[in-house]
Write a protein of this length. Sequence first.
Lengths: 316, 316
Amino acid sequence: MGEFELIRQFFQPLAAAGGSSQLLLGPGDDCAIQRVPPGRDLVFSVDTLVEGVHFPERYSPFNLGWRSLAVATSDLAAMGAAPVCFTLALTLPEANEDWLSDFAEGLAKASATFGITLAGGDTTRGPLTLSLQVHGTVREGEALRRSGAASGDLICVSGTLGDAGAALAFLDAPSPSDMERAVLEQYHVPQPRLTLGQQLVGYASAAIDVSDGLLADLQHILDASNVGARVQVNKVPMSAALQNLEGNKAVNLALTAGDDYQLCVTIAPEQWARLPGSVQAELTVIGQIEASPGLRLDGGQKNVQTQGFDHFGRTV
Amino acid sequence: MGEFELIRQFFQPLAAAGGSSQLLLGPGDDCAIQRVPPGRDLVFSVDTLVEGVHFPERYSPFNLGWRSLAVATSDLAAMGAAPVCFTLALTLPEANEDWLSDFAEGLAKASATFGITLAGGDTTRGPLTLSLQVHGTVREGEALRRSGAASGDLICVSGTLGDAGAALAFLDAPSPSDMERAVLEQYHVPQPRLTLGQQLVGYASAAIDVSDGLLADLQHILDASNVGARVQVNKVPMSAALQNLEGNKAVNLALTAGDDYQLCVTIAPEQWARLPGSVQAELTVIGQIEASPGLRLDGGQKNVQTQGFDHFGRTV
């Protein structure tokens, strides 16, 4: 079997399985075709992962398949969009059957879990690099942007922060402790907050997913909205596992580590009051938007780092 | 100035210039937003180019910018779609200001020429690799697919074939001859047949762009349509420059070399008769679809190669 056939064999089932009714034509032609329903806007985002930069060398291909789709799909969550389909541009040094099989399995599992179908792609030979573009839809004009935060809005985050960052220290641990296993799970198989994102449409004034670190990502909202913020550091939610870390490590990670793929949103108090209790329960209020530019931290230890992690820069 | 700012400086103008009214939100948020007009389908395609595989090392960054967008946009032409916007996933070993400036200039010139606006992207550090995803729209249900060819349809190609393939032999020639300059132009700054593709909607039964070589690409139509074909080799259009080559070189290149980005389409004779004369004039009839599977060559020299060029395989 040629490399061409080998690769097709692993990816074809992802395109066929549980396709969205919006996807009129999947892989195999010059283009894929999507029919966006009336009254919906298309939202889309591309993310690239490079071996040795965004994931370790010899990283588990199953986890890579899951993680790469989770990372990309998280941007749909941040816009409040319902996932539809994705493309995969995969550059590989060689067509290794075991690697492809495990990678396709991780990707297929994520695809089924998130409800997003493979629509097309390109496979080329070269250093291991993946670019995934995800497509979703949202009610016309209602996508959550970074630019809508206003003075007085509450700043909220979902879940707990810092676990995936803590995991970086022992990705290769041969026999991880219970605490280590808990945070490793957050790193290897992140769960984008797709349902929550959609529930916040019509309520949140601005949203972003926490991929570079809370302070860095909140700063993107402040820049886009031309406002400032005050954050209560001791309210930033952390897992029990993370809180076991010594000194300020936990809070530093919760404020500055990326890769958790939780949401950070701003909500006007009157909208918060309207929000169903079940959605409120998914969020923790950590601060408030202020008119004066700048990000002010209250109640934290003195030596909190204030720089997010930035891989070369997401730019255009 | 940081790398982040440097890159933004070069790409931001591409996003701002002549944006499509469909692009409600461009780069800078978690996702871009496109509003597809009622009665139109979205078509999209991704293409990856790797240094040393799809273009030579130390290739002109201006030409790379043009070529990468031309190659990707050609897939929209093959579907009969009108271009709207594109994303760029750019992996770079370093943020070199001169390189970025020239690359962005080539990309901007292609973007303005093809009428397609930068909608978003991702920039990462690593071996030089580009993935471009292009978006276009076409009237609902009327996209040109590979699967519609039927027995009796005429097989037509646009322009002339083989020039870009001939250029590969002297990409680095220090002082190219006139003939070499003519075919080098085809390689460095290919012109996707966007207008022609749109003019063929409602007439052509199947279409593909010639990126891997005429025989290989026509075979994709035959496979998708479950038919065969007979091609008159002496009718395959070649430029005057190409015909200067010795022996069978010219016809071999015209049949098997990729990178010209012309269109190969099938049209039922009654549709051909309806086609405006100005559109007929852009096409050369080179053969006919037959019910019996297989690709038969008439009137050619004996030693015609019948394998298209395949980089690792475009697969999913």
